[in-house]
Design a protein around this ligand. Sequence first.
Ligand code: NAP
Length: 301
Amino acid sequence: MRDGGRDSAILPGMPGSALKRQSIAIVGAGNLANALARSLHKAGYPIDLIISRAPAASLRRARRLARQVGASAVSGRRAKIQAQVVWFCVPDGAIASAAKSLLEAADWKNKVALHSSGALNSDELNVLRGRDAAVASVHPLMTFVRGARPPLANVPFALEGDRKAVRTARSIVRDLRGVAFNIGKQQKGAYHAWGMFLSPLLTALLAASENVAAAAGVGGKTARQRMLPILRQTLTNYARLGAAGAFSGPIARGDADTVKKHLKALREDRGAQEIYIALAQAALRALPAKNRAALRKILKA
Ligand SMILES: NC(=O)c1ccc[n+]([C@@H]2O[C@H](COP(=O)([O-])OP(=O)(O)OC[C@H]3O[C@@H](n4cnc5c(N)ncnc54)[C@H](OP(=O)(O)O)[C@@H]3O)[C@@H](O)[C@H]2O)c1
């Protein structure tokens, strides 16, 4: 069946009637683009184009990804976009300018344009709205780094934008076996701060933990290996029991002298000490603790 001038994919063996997949062009070939393009391809979406910046290195990265998902790679200057959906996978600060640079690369009327910033809303694509495209922000609450390809099944996706674009995004997310939910424009700042806690700041905490391990005489890779069992169990407990049920240690027990000893041991590592105090105070505010008054005093001092 012809759709928007291109063949839509028909998936054999799918339950119910044969499913059509809209064709997709992806702008960028970085961490998100690599994971997303592969997952979309696997879910039966035809990926038409991977659109890159002009430098040879950018185009090379786009070509490498394009090869893996049966797409063509092209620089923005030469792009002629036929795909029904255009997904901007560029850094937050480049979304609006990338959209502007592709204004003449397509007839935007009836197209859906998506971006995946967690913090910015669909207005970033206003320039395409002005050409009658339907636009939305579609943010997967997941971390994508080089060398890791997380499956998108069960990943929550926060959606916000024009009705048609949100409907399209919801259907794509469903095909990726993710979990779509709506987010308000005004909530995106807090939403993305939440995401920041869940991976980047957690990773910063782990990096600080490695320094503390080194002070205890456990260095480098060994520290990482020795940390993993307790980290995994903490996540398992959190998933099963919630934060209060997963909380153990001297604050839960009210061992004020132990906390004092920790602070003394961390005197040489100012950064780790600050993190310790901030998190211990947060624990005192939100989690079951004994001997609160004494602990509060020690942490203030
Ligand atoms: N990484 C994550 O964990 C994650 C999670 C959820 C959402 N996101 C969102 O996903 C988006 C992309 O993030 P990322 O982590 O994938 O970034 P990234 O790894 O830095 O990749 C960005 C890509 O954008 C390309 N690019 C930059 N400006 C461009 C332009 N004007 N036209 C075409 N391509 C351009 C870069 O190409 P060059 O090769 O030319 O540098 C690079 O391929 C962001 O909005 C981010 O908020 C990321």
